[in-house]
Design a protein around this ligand. Sequence first.
Ligand code: TXA
Ligand code: MG
Length: 321
Amino acid sequence: MLVTAEPTQAAQALAAGHLAGIPTETVYGLGANAAQPSAVSRVYQVKGRPADHPLIVHLADSSAMDAWAVDIPEYARGLAAAYWPGPLTLILRRSTKAKDFITGGQDTVALRVPGHPLARDVIRRFGELVKDPTAGIAAPSANRFGRVSPTSAQDVANDIGELLSERDCILDGGPSTVGVESTIVDCTGSQPVILRPGKISSSEIIATTGLELGDRTATRAPGTLASHYAPEAHVFVVSEGDLTNAVKEGSGLLALASIPTPQGMVRLSAPVHAQEYATVLYRALREADSLQLRAIYAVPPVGDGICEAINDRLTRAAHGE
Ligand code: TXA
Ligand code: MG
């Protein structure tokens, strides 16, 4: 498995039916040609992911969305115009181009135009090689199923490097700046429904569409299991005040820099604002495991958008603790 900074190499691997770890602004993805069943099935194998969990199709440009989706509501076009390229995934009615092996057999497809320029560059070059300007790359986050998402090429190599073949590659595009996965918005009904919180906040979606949000519980959201994004260490989501009673020995702290480290705890990170907290979040969880800490105490920042996303991921990592 080759680690490269050269997008043409990743595009060539993808066009030849191999896999490529791809940098995006949210987290790294494990990409395959979204039109090639054998390549996509290797993604599921390498990830250890159940086949009924559908994949996001990544596009070079929003103009490709009409090739993959049908009956696109105006409000979904508005969201694409406002936030693509960027950390937003839209669930739409699928066209015949989006096959069962991508959608888990559902009649919907998840689409995203990533903000990382290298990601779009790879998809565009890949489209040239396969002679389809609307070609898409199916990519889940490039971690083993249920584990913490990778935010650097090194994370991808550590997690799944051994499972990749010589002809697969990992494209190094530097650390992911957003740090948590995209906001997923179901656009198949008359109102948008947020299936996964991310940097693009609910208030931004309401403002852009001029619509109220639909009810999330009415929608099936595969892959949004309560336990997910989990490191080995036990994660406790706490407030600053709770730290007094925390077990200090063998524990790590993840909190904004304004919160001091209790004596005896390992400081995992001291981000100065909420976005930096998100950027370092998964790195900090991984760091706790490499230090073999037993527990991580996380004091999440308060607010909407990226703060909601941080709270969501920490709660899943904590699975109820
Ligand atoms: O930021 C991101 O979204 C990253 C980067 C690589 O783009 N990708 C990512 O992919 O987080 P993944 O597979 O780890 O998470 C995608 C989520 C899964 O929970 C999946 O079940 C859901 O999107 N999803 C995909 N297609 C769907 C569909 N048609 N309907 C409902 N949920 C869908
Ligand atoms: Mg994932």
